[in-house]
Design a protein around this ligand. Structure first.
Ligand code: ZN
Length: 323
């Protein structure tokens, strides 16, 4: 499905089969000299067909088209290498380019999950089912690295790159001040909450995310174009809801741990999730993986705020209230 959401700016829906996200929003901005396509989809044929249909229907000349990828997740990035032309530039953030260059290794993630109470056999199954594992890109093209605040003009659109870490380490939005349009990636979504996960030590993704939301809230956004689901007309209200959601979550975790000290996996099992399952045991393992990652992000935040204390007992981290 193709929809013109602003003059010469089109949303092309790329299906994500079997995903609760339903589809990726790819945005095509048709400029005079060069076009820009923002985000592409998974490396699978259903996504490629939808992308090719959009390219054909909108009459896009790939020889005159550049790409901007909001973040490294496979549903935004992985199809890129199959769509670009030899002359395409691919704009991308530096922190995640460095992660990709370092090569992605699942083993530290499995070990980190184990430290946080995630049973190893379940975690291996979760990673096998993960779309980034099944439909990731085979080859990473040469990237044009962008910086926070860098201008990027396409036709009549004068965008500024805004690095908004949280959902991922280098997630980047495109901001068009004159039109009040924010191409938001997965920084802000409408009827679903961007997933904030923490799978390693030494950083605090939820603190980064809440800070990014505060930065974005300073903009006079008249239309936000998210990476999934519907467009967001009232972005300021949505930012307030997202902040409230995370503060509710933090409160809930505080209450759960006041009853009993737990590891992250056990904490996730006791949190309330918007999923049609009667019990944690019935959660598909991929959902347990997302849920535990979310729990770990919130636990890290509370630990850094001094509200929780963490003890490591026989290779397992257990969280307690600090007082
Ligand atoms: Zn996404």
């Amino acid at each position: 499905m193709i929809q013109e959401v602003a003059p010469s700016l089109y949303r092309v829906q790329i299906p994500l089969p079997n995903s609760p996200l339903k589809y990726l929003n790819s945005y095509f901005i048709l400029g005079g000299e060069r076009n820009l396509i923002v985000d592409t989809g998974l490396n699978r044929d259903e996504c490629l067909e939808a992308m090719q249909q959009g390219i054909q229907e909108l009459g896009v000349d790939l020889e005159r088209t550049d790409f901007f990828i909001t973040h490294m997740h496979a549903d935004h990035f992985a199809l890129t290498s199959r769509v670009i032309s030899p002359s395409s530039r691919i704009f991308f953030n530096r922190p995640e380019a460095e992660l990709i260059e370092a090569g992605f290794h699942w083993e530290p993630m499995i070990a980190y999950g184990g430290l946080n109470g995630f049973p190893r056999h379940e975690l291996e199954a979760a990673l096998q089912a993960h779309p980034g594992f099944k439909h990731g890109s085979e080859w990473v093209p040469h990237l044009s690295l962008i910086q926070d605040g860098q201008p990027l003009s396409v036709g009549d659109y004068n965008f500024i790159c805004r690095i908004t870490p949280g959902h991922t380490l280098g997630h980047t939005c495109l901001w068009e001040a004159e039109r009040g349009i924010l191409i938001a990636g997965d920084h802000i979504l409408g009827d679903i909450t961007p997933n904030i996960q923490c799978w390693r030590d030494g950083f605090d993704p939820l603190a980064m995310y809440l800070d990014s939301l505060d930065q974005t809230a300073t903009l006079d956004i008249r239309l936000a174009l998210p990476g999934h689901r519907g467009l967001i007309p009232d972005c300021a209200a949505r930012i307030a809801q997202l902040k409230e959601h995370h503060h509710d979550r933090l409160r809930e975790i505080g209450e759960i741990l006041a009853a009993a000290p737990l590891d992250a996996y056990q904490t996730a099992a006791r949190m309330s999730w918007d999923i049609k399952c009667d019990s944690w045991q019935e959660f598909p393992v991929a959902q347990k993986w997302f849920a535990t990652g979310e729990a770990m992000a919130h636990l890290r935040y509370l630990e850094n705020k001094g509200e929780l204390r963490v003890d490591e007992e026989s290779g397992r981290r257990v969280y307690h209230p600090a007082s």
